[in-house]
Design a protein around this ligand. Sequence first.
Ligand code: NI
Length: 173
Amino acid sequence: MSSLYRFGISLDKKLIGAFDTYVEREHYASRSEAIRDLIREKLVLKRVDENGSVAGALVMSYDHHRSDLSERLMHIQHDYHECIISTQHVHLDHDNCLEIIAVRGKARLIEELASHLKALVGVTHLGISFSAYGVEDTDGDSGGAREHSRAREHSHAHAHDADHDHGHNHSHR
Ligand code: NI
C-alpha cells in the first residue's frame, strides 16, 4: 500500500512558469520533489517560530587568539550541554577556527545558545541551520527531537574548572 497522496493544484500560468524555472535551476528531477522540499522548509520555519523541538547545526568561525575566547566558548557550551549533541572543531589556519555544533532541543533554547556564542568578541560569524527532522509528525512536537527544557536550570550553577578535561584534544600553540 503506497503512502503517497496525490492532489492537483491550480496555478496562474505565470506562477507555474516561474516555478518551473526554479525547479530547473535548483536541479530538481520533478515539480513534486521541489514542492515537497518547499513544504518541509515552511514547516521547519513554523516549528522554530512556535518553539518546537528541532535538530540542526550551528556553524561558527572565530579567532582563537582573542583573549579568553576559547575558554568562554567552552563555558557557554557547557551551560547548554543538554541541547548539544557533538562539536567538530577545524583549525582553518594559524588564527581562525571553524566549529560545527550539532544541536537538538527546543528552538528557543538553541537560538539562545547561538546568541550567547555570537555576541562574544572574536566570533566572526555564526549561522544556524535547522533540519526538517520531525516536521512530518502531525502531533507537532513529540516525535522529533527530545525536549531539553531543563538546560537553563543548570546554566549559572555550572562551575568551570580551568584545568577541566573536556574529553577532546583541542589545543592551540
Ligand atoms: Ni582551532
